[in-house]
Ligand binder design. Structure first.
Ligand SMILES: C[S@@+](CC[C@H](N)C(=O)[O-])C[C@H]1O[C@@H](n2cnc3c(N)ncnc32)[C@H](O)[C@@H]1O
Ligand code: SF4
Length: 316
């Protein structure tokens, strides 16, 4: 946005050193729309150490060359958003040719054998029937696939939540995904989490949100937000914990960030042994709150607005 104060790479790095996250999501808006994304990643990453660096992107401008540049800068995992297993994805995102583009670049990258791409699917009223198709596609593209659930909060649109009379069908689709996972398909999301997503649809909420404690968002201007849906800015995590988290009763989303950070230690170890093994030796943590994960570089107002204009239904 014109006149917007924007953190530079060193500013992000300084916040990261202070918060000491286990996982950092470089998200947005669209992170690849920032020309200094490589410098931001390089400044935040600590090769061979935490945080585990994840880039969340719509992949519209991802190329093999950018993949290597980002990897060299310190990205451990690429999380590519997918809403449909075919050309409907381009229409939904309002990005012409997006699905074809992904169909070209993803196999190019996975052929390298680095095992660092994951599809990231937000489950909605519009796409729940296509979940098995997207799991098939993940296997075809040789990626993992991770699920999250739609929240009406982002853009105040209830239509993305499955209607009550369709919840039986949603349940069947979830069961199919779980059966595929058991049969060896590359579904990252735990069975337990899939059923919690289902509960979010039936109950329209999940209590116990740990926003501010287990995860938070760094706004491009340096303010800290509890999550991308709550526009309350804080100068420090300590203030956020006192003024927001301690009184927070919101249960309006169950995005995968919540699902992945509100796990018990046993669940976390069982579901993340691969990442932990790869990252090998986590450094000793300072006393105090664990920030996990940390999302960085998110809703740059201008980028977010452009994304909303392209796709009002899901504000990617
Ligand atoms: C906001 S986008 C930002 C990063 C990037 N532009 C992208 O599209 O991946 C990150 C993820 O948020 C998720 N998302 C978007 N709208 C959502 C909603 N209303 N509820 C839950 N998740 C949503 C999508 O799955 C998307 O993959
Ligand atoms: S439940 Fe938590 S993470 Fe979700 S919108 Fe509410 S405050 Fe944000």
């Amino acid at each position: 946005m014109k006149g917007e104060e924007r953190l530079g790479p060193e500013d992000y790095a300084a916040i990261c050193r202070e918060l000491r996250p286990v996982v950092s999501h470089i998200s947005g808006g669209e992170p690849l729309a920032r020309s200094d994304v490589y410098e931001i990643v390089r400044a935040m990453a600590r090769p061979g150490d935490l945080p585990w660096m994840v880039l969340v992107t719509n992949a519209a401008s991802l190329t093999l060359k950018k993949y290597w540049k980002l990897k060299e800068a310190g990205i451990n995992q690429f999380s590519l958003s997918l809403d449909f297993p075919d050309e409907r994805h381009s229409e939904f995102r309002r990005i012409p040719g997006l699905f074809d583009k992904m169909n070209r670049v993803i196999p190019e990258i996975t052929a390298l054998g680095n095992d660092d791409l994951s599809l990231n699917v937000c489950i909605t009223e519009w796409n729940y029937r296509d979940l098995p198709g997207m799991v098939e596609l993940a296997r075809h593209w040789n990626t993992k696939i991770n699920f999250s659930v739609y929240t009406p909060l982002r853009i105040s649109d209830e239509r993305g939540l499955p209607k009550e009379e369709r919840l039986g069908d949603v349940r069947d689709a979830f069961q199919k995904v779980i059966d595929m996972k058991r049969a060896g398909y590359p579904v990252y999301t735990a069975e337990r989490v899939m059923w919690k997503y289902y509960r979010f649809f039936t109950d329209r909420g999940i209590p116990g949100c740990q926003a501010g404690r287990r995860f938070l968002v760094i706004n491009p201007d340096g303010a800290l937000l509890p999550c991308a849906m709550v526009w309350a800015k804080y100068g420090s995590q300590r203030d956020m914990l006192r003024q927001f988290t301690a009184h927070n009763t919101c249960e309006m989303c169950y995005i995968s960030t919540r699902a992945n950070t509100e796990k018990t230690l046993a669940d976390f170890l069982a579901e993340n042994w691969e990442m932990l093994l790869r990252q090998a030796f986590p450094r000793k943590r300072a006393k105090g709150e664990i920030t996990w994960p940390l999302s960085a570089g998110p809703p740059a107002d201008g980028e977010e607005q452009a994304e909303r204009e392209r796709h009002p239904a899901a504000a990617q």
